[in-house]
Design a protein around this ligand. Structure first.
Ligand SMILES: C[S@@+](CC[C@H](N)C(=O)[O-])C[C@H]1O[C@@H](n2cnc3c(N)ncnc32)[C@H](O)[C@@H]1O
Length: 225
């Protein structure tokens, strides 16, 4: 599963660094937990910016591939409830929820809300493509789940990611920030508050890919090639 992550380590770390740079304009978390951290690129970026880190992922991740220390890692099956007594300044989960059982969605969001007042959330949308995706949803559905816990949605990252030449398309499309009502935020972040259905907006990259696939299907049906 992680061979492509290892092969693309430089690009993945660069994306994580750009995302952390954007995020740090708005919040400066001292402690970060990343649920489904993979090899740990995002946490590595957080650590470089002074945060203490905790990464959670399956026991199938090879430690020799990890870019964060073993001591920062914890193994867990995220299809099962996850709880810690500690709360973090930021809970992140990047392209993980689409791999979890659909019936786990609400309780996964509840776990994230229990871990922090601020959640960085990214998960694949329908027809995104990729392996092992069993729970693809538009972002608005996740936003509604967070709203049920009193977390508002903010969209300060997606468009700024797009300014990075080597941005992963899924980060330009999917990364949102959720903040618990009542938590003080900077006016800079306040400007990026959106309603849940606005979270579902789909970007150019995804649109173009879908049109290409649909055109190919039409050609196939017509027997054109
Ligand atoms: C697409 S990768 C994303 C990794 C990392 N967040 C990143 O952005 O580089 C999906 C991650 O979810 C983890 N994952 C999927 N299902 C899981 C489960 N049931 N329990 C724990 N981790 C899981 C995988 O091991 C993998 O690290």
């Amino acid at each position: 599963m992680f061979s492509s992550h290892v092969e693309q380590a430089g690009k993945r770390q660069a994306n994580a660094d750009v995302m952390a740079d954007i995020l740090w304009r708005y919040i400066q978390p001292s402690s970060v937990i990343d649920m489904g951290c993979g090899l740990g690129f995002f946490l590595n970026a957080c650590k470089a910016r002074g945060a203490t880190i905790r990464g959670v992922d399956g026991d199938w991740v090879k430690l020799e591939d990890s870019v964060i220390p073993k001591s920062a890692r914890r193994t867990a099956d995220l299809n099962l409830p996850y709880a810690e007594r500690k709360r973090y300044d930021l809970a992140a989960t990047i392209e993980v929820a689409e791999h979890l059982l659909p019936e786990r969605s609400e309780s996964f969001v509840a776990d994230l809300c229990n871990l922090s007042d601020i959640v960085l959330f990214s998960a694949g949308i329908p027809d995104q493509g990729g392996a092992g995706h069993i729970n693809l949803r538009f972002q608005g559905e996740w936003a509604e789940m967070f709203a049920a816990h009193g977390y508002a949605c903010f969209d300060p990252i997606r468009r700024r990611m797009a300014a990075f030449e080597h941005a992963h398309p899924w980060l330009m499309q999917n990364v949102l920030l959720y903040v618990k009502d009542g938590v003080e935020i900077s006016p800079l972040l306040e400007e990026h508050r959106i309603v849940p259905r606005a979270a579902s907006s789909v970007g150019y990259w995804h649109y173009r890919k879908r049109i290409r696939i649909l055109r190919q299907r039409i050609r196939n049906l017509r027997g054109e090639d």
